[in-house]
Design a protein around this ligand. Structure first.
Ligand SMILES: [Cu+2]
Length: 152
């Protein structure tokens, strides 16, 4: 009777150790599964989009802008990413181009063969002229301008 007691004690100690191992194992399983699902989800979800979804890409070269008309919504923030397709050896403007709208005080200049971003919120509807004033006679040149239409 006296001998059975310590045996019982060691049995219960062994049992609690097994419990402890089971809990550790379960914890590891949870962490591994969590990491795996996190990696899977991040692998299959699309990459994070640029800051605002309203990004308008426009490029400019000596023969003009890639877009002659841009339509936006009034009161909605938009990004305009201007890319210059000309290199720095261009005699006129050194390969830089500009995208400017006087009515909204917006002006962005793209470096030769590079891009630059401007963010603004048009606060009035209407039809406005965007232009480049760097190359080819500046804003007087009909190919280096276009129309920004701000809709309600
Ligand atoms: Cu230009």
């Amino acid at each position: 009777m006296m001998k059975s007691r310590p045996r019982k004690k060691s049995q219960s100690r062994r049992a609690s150790r097994q419990w402890f191992r089971a809990i550790i194992f379960a914890g590891i399983v949870v962490v591994v599964l969590g990491l795996t699902s996190y990696l899977l989800i991040s692998a299959f979800s699309p990459p994070t989009p640029p800051p605002a979804e309203n990004t308008i890409d426009i490029s400019a070269a000596m023969n003009g802008f890639s877009l002659s008309e841009i339509r936006v919504k009034v009161g909605q923030s938009i990004n305009v990413r201007l890319t210059s397709l000309d290199n720095q050896y261009h005699g006129d403007g050194g390969g830089k181009h500009q995208w400017a709208v006087d009515e909204f005080g917006v002006s962005v200049i793209a470096p030769p063969e590079g891009s630059n971003l401007v963010t603004f919120t048009p606060d009035k509807t209407g039809s406005y002229t965007f232009y480049c004033d760097i190359c080819c006679g500046g804003r007087a040149n009909p190919t280096m301008q276009g129309t920004l239409i701000v809709e309600a």
